[in-house]
Design a protein around this ligand. Structure first.
Ligand code: SIN
Length: 284
């Protein structure tokens, strides 16, 4: 088997690294794949430029790094049930993923990460911002770290994907993009501070889209501390803003980062293909 050597150049900002001189349309080989996964655990998100990947090659790359975890809410790409579409058309106002979040935290075994391939980009904007949850945790005071280290939090999607049919406006907005609201019944509880399965580092694991509160706390009690953590973890020093170009790919780790899609290109189409990689139960 051909082995590709993986050269990783950190962005120099709060999170992420560029992987250079690889061709994702062919196998990375065993050691290339292992190097890529440890780079992912270390840097939180890996960016690739100038790749030409068919949907089959996107699937082959995903299967080389792990097992595919099919998202049950996103519309799949026609003829490719394992690839989710992240689409915004000129008629849409809302971009899928426009709030800070991490994918699948509502699952008992949250996804390891997602591989997003740019298919059609707007003439301007449509960047994705990532934030580093290792750094967000490290920058907290010792006192708050101690409090958070002992907590678990509840995550759900009932109030997000599950709520779409209850609002005619949202139902219209997401029609043909997000569905299966009846499947939004999976809640989960995870440590608020996890030990990252690859890097072994501690990371803050709550997010504004899917975390509903600390286990054993009221919604009101939870919300003020969660709001503090959300503002803290979104600080620019922890982030990197990735500008998409034709041929760009981002592979992020959902346990080490948050991301959000910037919705600044109304009236234009943006179409991305996302494959999500299966993860594992998280521990403190
Ligand atoms: C996502 O949240 O999975 C999509 C991010 C993006 O479209 O940039």
């Amino acid at each position: 088997m051909t082995e590709q050597s993986v050269s990783i150049r950190p962005t120099g900002a709060g999170v992420g690294a560029f992987v250079e001189d690889v061709d994702l349309s062919t196998s990375l080989g065993n050691s290339g794949t292992q190097d890529l996964l440890s780079g992912l655990g270390e840097h939180g998100v890996l960016f690739f430029r100038d790749q030409t990947l068919s949907p089959e090659q996107h699937l082959a790359f995903a299967e080389e790094v792990g097992d595919i975890d099919i998202n049950r809410f996103f519309k799949p790409v026609e003829n490719y049930p394992k690839i989710a579409e992240v689409r915004k058309e000129p008629v849409h106002k809302v971009a899928v993923g426009e709030r800070w979040h991490t994918d699948h935290s509502y699952d008992i075994e949250p996804a390891l990460g997602s591989i997003l391939v740019a298919r059609e980009l707007p003439s301007h904007g449509g960047d994705t911002i990532f934030s580093n949850m290792y750094k967000a945790y490290d920058a907290l005071s010792d006192g708050l770290k101690k409090t958070l280290d002992g907590l678990t939090a509840e995550h759900s999607t009932r109030h997000r994907f599950g709520a779409i049919p209850k609002s005619p406006e949202l139902a219209k907005e997401y029609e043909g993009r997000i569905g299966n609201a009846d499947m939004a019944v999976q809640d989960s509880v995870h440590p608020v501070v996890i030990r990252h399965p690859i890097s072994g580092k501690k990371a803050l694991y709550v997010n504004a889209d899917f975390t509903t509160g600390f286990a054993g706390w009221t919604v009101e009690e939870s919300q003020s501390l969660l709001d503090y953590l959300y503002a803290h973890a979104a600080q620019e020093e922890f982030t990197y803003r990735f500008q998409w170009k034709p041929g760009s790919i981002a592979f992020w780790d959902n346990r080490a980062t948050w991301h959000k899609a910037l919705n600044d290109y109304h009236g234009e189409r943006r179409l991305m293909h996302r494959i999500t990689i299966r993860g594992e139960a998280l521990s403190a």
